[in-house]
Design a protein around this ligand. Sequence first.
Ligand code: ZN
Length: 177
Amino acid sequence: MQSQQCEKCGFFSEKNEKKFEAFLCPFCLKFSPNEEDKFKSYVSEKVDKSFLSSFRRGLFYLEEGKKEGMARVVQSGRIVSRAPFGYKFYGKKLVPADNFREVEEIFENFLNEKISLRQLSKKHKLSVNGLKKILTNFTYLGKVKFNKSIFQGEHQQIISSTLFNHVQDKLENLKLI
Ligand SMILES: [Zn+2]
């Protein structure tokens, strides 16, 4: 059988299977949604296969019936698709980038100033959607999100939980999310 590349993480394997016209590795397949729309956006969110390698071993444990194995690997929290605004990769580690203070500035501006998302996005040369992603990104709390679950990451937190939570409240109150 021919080896196929996973369209989400790029992992080559003969075990990759096709779903909705896309080849996925066993790991990405396991977490993939069953509705076609959700599936497509899931596949379009690319993940670096090197970050999935520990998860892949976890999946093996899971199949062996050792769920703690999976929980442990997931908790090691080394899974990020690409460095979010304010971070960069140093080897495989996510570290604060030169502009990391700008993230706090964005959160503070949004919380304390009467400024629309559009104005704020222009000020920081971002798209409105990019800005929304920043304002709701758990990565800044030192957490990682994979498949709707939030785990403790290994990288540095650059926004306080208080600031982050206040921003989430304001976003919700203004019905922006
Ligand atoms: Zn994959």
